[in-house]
Design a protein around this ligand. Structure first.
Ligand SMILES: Cc1cc2nc3c(=O)[nH]c(=O)nc-3n(C[C@H](O)[C@H](O)[C@H](O)COP(=O)(O)OP(=O)(O)OC[C@H]3O[C@@H](n4cnc5c(N)ncnc54)[C@H](O)[C@@H]3O)c2cc1C
Length: 422
């Protein structure tokens, strides 16, 4: 419970008189946290907080990772900027030691500002300072975490690019010849005598031809279940799996979701989804996936990425779920939300060119590989339209599947011959 004595010790409230202290003590709540617990998550409705004891780390999800932004300690306050701008919390706040916080809801905070002009002035001056600091952060971030050194037509690199892009990990991408030239002009020993694709992290470390799991682990994405047994295990992290994870976890069920690539599934590759409930102006598919992931994790679900469910063994009380690489977990209920796979083109030898100029789906990362080239879209539905417009592909030519068969076959075989096929 917040007492008037507690409030008297806070510098922000120094100009208050006893009546103000009494009013604030009535409206405010006291929140206590243990180290590691979250006070607020990015995207939640904002509130105003004053730290009475302990220390909090403010973090933000940038480029697929939770990155530190600032720390707040005893006497500091925050939350006024999103309340006054009418937006959701732009940051997570996590206790790094035992913490006691005064919490004021948005309406109570606004009422306090209206009652106390001197307090409103102090808070607004600080808010202006923080907004200009926030602009600097917004301009400076996000930065890429790594450089992928790979030939544009390397199919292994395509899988890595797709994985990084769909997990919102920002990266640069350089062909090996450019890197060799840069190394030569910087007079450093060439660093890519080893096989490509090669990933250079900006801290100087490297991975050579990594698996998705190795890359995910290096990026500190979750790849191993936190427990051996769950109430519910969900296979697949598209919209169906994510919704199930949110609802199961929110009902207090111990929930695990296993996804082989990235949260969002097919929807994660959509540039804009216009018909999802609750987003009246639409939402980018990758944002839908990452927001649903945040929501599921906040409600207590475990999520594992870059892992494939390879076998299910039914049991009387519990079913066994085997993951690639050897782990297995048990769950009382298993929900299969594995979605659908693409309908594959019936063109001779086409599989040989997957990731080398032939793609299913149209990730934005591929637009760069296709720049300056003629691009043929097979299929005339929604996804083809999005691929043509949102990828900003130059020289885009669309072919509805029904009428493109012969022409497509000719073009595909021309390209196959150019790439060295018999
Ligand atoms: C480009 C594009 C645009 C679209 N736009 C719209 C739109 O605007 N509106 C709309 O309503 N619909 C749209 N759709 C369709 C919509 O995305 C799908 O209907 C929806 O994603 C289906 O959801 P799902 O979770 O059932 O399956 P999916 O999205 O297919 O997800 C299944 C997930 O399961 C994972 N998985 C499969 N097997 C395993 C395994 N063994 N182990 C671990 N993981 C596994 C997959 O990696 C995948 O992530 C679009 C689709 C595409 C491709």
């Amino acid at each position: 419970m917040i007492t008037m004595d507690m409030l008297r010790s806070v510098a922000l409230f120094a100009a208050f008189d006893d009546e103000h202290y009494a009013r604030l003590a009535m409206r405010a709540a006291e929140v206590t946290l243990l180290p590691g617990e979250y006070l607020i998550y990015q995207g939640e409705a904002p509130a105003f907080f004053v730290i009475l004891a302990g220390k909090l780390a403010l973090t933000k999800r940038i480029g697929g990772r939770e990155q530190p932004i600032a720390t707040r300690t005893i006497g500091d306050y925050f939350g006024e900027v999103p309340i006054l701008l009418g937006v959701s919390s732009p940051v997570n706040a996590r206790a790094t030691e035992p913490v006691r916080v005064l919490r004021l809801g948005a309406d109570e905070f606004r009422a306090l500002l209206a009652d106390l002009p001197a307090f409103a002035r102090t808070v607004c001056e600080e808010m202006l300072r923080r907004v200009s600091g926030g602009q600097r952060i917004a301009i400076a971030a996000p930065t890429s975490l790594l450089t992928l050194v790979a030939d544009p037509w390397d199919p292994t690199a395509y899988r890595l690019r797709d994985f990084l892009a769909r997990n919102k990990v920002l990266f640069d991408w350089q062909p090996p010849d450019v890197v060799l030239r840069e190394d030569a002009s910087a007079a450093v020993h060439p660093s890519i005598s080893t096989p490509t694709p090669h990933i250079r992290f900006h801290d100087g470390t490297s991975l050579f031809t990594p698996t998705l799991r190795t890359l995910a682990e290096r990026l500190e994405l979750p790849t191993v279940p936190g427990a051996h047994e769950y109430d519910v295990a969900i296979v697949g992290g598209g919209p169906t799996g994510l919704s199930a994870a949110v609802y199961a976890a929110s009902e207090g069920l111990h929930t695990l979701m296993i996804e082989r690539v990235a949260p969002g599934g097919q929807a994660g590759t959509s540039s804009r989804i216009e018909n999802y409930l609750g987003f009246p102006t639409g939402i980018a598919g990758e944002d839908l996936g990452s927001r649903a992931w945040d929501q599921a994790v906040r409600l207590g679900a475990d999520i594992v990425l870059a892992r494939d469910v390879v076998a299910l063994t039914p049991g009387a009380a519990c079913h066994a779920i085997s993951l690639d690489g050897g782990d297995s977990v048990r769950a009382r209920t298993v929900l299969l939300a594995t979605g659908v796979d693409w309908r594959h083109l019936v063109v001779p030898n086409i599989d040989h060119f997957l990731g080398r100029g032939v793609y299913y789906g149209a990730a934005r990362t591929e637009a760069r590989a296709c720049r300056g080239a003629d691009v043929y879209l097979v299929g005339g539905g929604n996804s083809a339209g999005q691929a043509g417009t949102s990828s900003r592909i130059e020289n885009y030519l669309g072919f509805p599947a029904g009428i493109a068969g012969e022409e497509l076959g000719r073009r595909a075989s021309d390209q196959a011959v150019r790439l060295g096929a018999d």
